[in-house]
Design a protein around this ligand. Sequence first.
Ligand SMILES: Nc1nc2c(ncn2[C@@H]2O[C@H](COP(=O)(O)OP(=O)(O)OP(=O)(O)O)[C@@H](O)[C@H]2O)c(=O)[nH]1
Ligand SMILES: [Mg+2]
Length: 478
Amino acid sequence: MSNDIRRQTEKLLSGLSDRTADLVEGLAAPFSEPVVRLGVTGLARAGKTVAITSLIQNLLHQGGMPLLSAMGGGRITGVHLGEQPDLTLPRFAFEDHRDALLGQSPSWPESTASISQLRLSLRYRSGAWLKRAMSGDSLLHIDIVDYPGEWLLDLPLMDMDFHSWSAQMFAAAEQEPRQSLAKDWLETTRRTDLNAHWDERDAKRLHQDYTDYLIACRHAPRVKLSLLQPGRFLMPGDLAGSPALTFAPLPLNPGQALKHGSLAAGMAKRFEDYKHLIVWRFFKEHFARIDRQLVLVDLLGAAEGGHVAVSELQDAMVSVLKAFKPGQNAWLGPLLHGRRVERILFAATKADHLPAAQHDALRRLLTSLLNQAQSRAAFAGAKTSVMALAGLRATLPATATIDGKTVDCVSGIPLDSDKVEAVYPGHLPRDLVDLRALSPGAFEILAFKPPSSLEEIRPFPHINLDRALNELLGDLLQ
Ligand SMILES: Nc1nc2c(ncn2[C@@H]2O[C@H](COP(=O)(O)OP(=O)(O)OP(=O)(O)O)[C@@H](O)[C@H]2O)c(=O)[nH]1
Ligand SMILES: [Mg+2]
């Protein structure tokens, strides 16, 4: 190639948009091997790892997914784990998570703090005779991408500057239960001179105390708040300890000038760096490539936390939903080049804590919560649905007699016990207004051990995982 032509080609290629580059890459793959990227997200402890592990196990070992129409109809002829396309992304540690569940004393998988990916390749016979006659078996690669929902909660940061974001964080910390949990962080902030010359150690101290406060908001007993920013402070992945994460909100007046070289000026710069190096990049490199999305919501956990936890979950869903409506966002729309997630399923997780008769109430509550968070009609173009789900059913139906009345309950082995117990979880309110009125602890969910009957070569018990997959991918397996 002459230098001139090479220069022109390089210029042309560098001028290609990333989306076009994606397409070119896609064209290089064999036409006969379609790929779908299935995102699975949810806030910390929502049940992502358990649901994905069970989903893979149930696809690898047939018999547990009758409501996935291709599987129920016996049209799936082979499933295997393939080489994932993004070799620089951590692989979803399916075998480790499965083995934890299969152990002598089964345990739930470890918490995961980052994004991961795994490719499942499905060989299936089409349900359409013409397609079957023309091409025999078909192949679909499903690239499952597990990423923390907290990263979606960073979306609103892109439209804020450091002053306005800080003001929001301090205003939130004035309300209980945050106020009590924020004491140490607020005290450290009060003792810090914001005009002092930038010192990384001051920044680290403030960052650590602020992060501890966010962790307490999420994990302190019966608190379970959702609206925690920046998302990477809770889910740092491999960025833990990096300068782009070493900042914290500061008590500034609106428009307050920041002294050059000061702690406050340095924090404001770090905030901007975080937005552009981390938030923007996540949306561009990962979110923009998702075709179908499963959003897991721990509504029962929020119900346990009471009215503040439920309201925060709803506010968090507002941010999450915005990510799926890129047209309404000035910078996200252009970044996605008009592309959008085609199907979104919102699932209320851990439904096995409730007797089957209450599953419909759980689904309705999540539907109302989403409807109030944003009109679902605004998702023009994306097919959305809602259901109750348990990635791994750890309980069985049971009945108990309470005050002379027989009530439906569930039985399983509580996390802190070795004996099967029948547990009555209480009655989940049917109405969002009643749910929001709950005081912390009024509705209590007892954590169970994973079931002890799991086998490596058999499907795992679940609730609605097959229906969920059918909603999300059924059309691609026709
Ligand atoms: N009974 C029951 N408990 C579940 C189920 N799914 C998750 N859990 C519980 O919820 C916890 C969190 O589940 P994970 O799948 O690890 O949640 P995650 O969203 O991956 O959490 P992070 O990785 O921390 O973000 C588990 O350790 C279990 O205690 C389920 O289907 N049934
Ligand atoms: Mg996880």
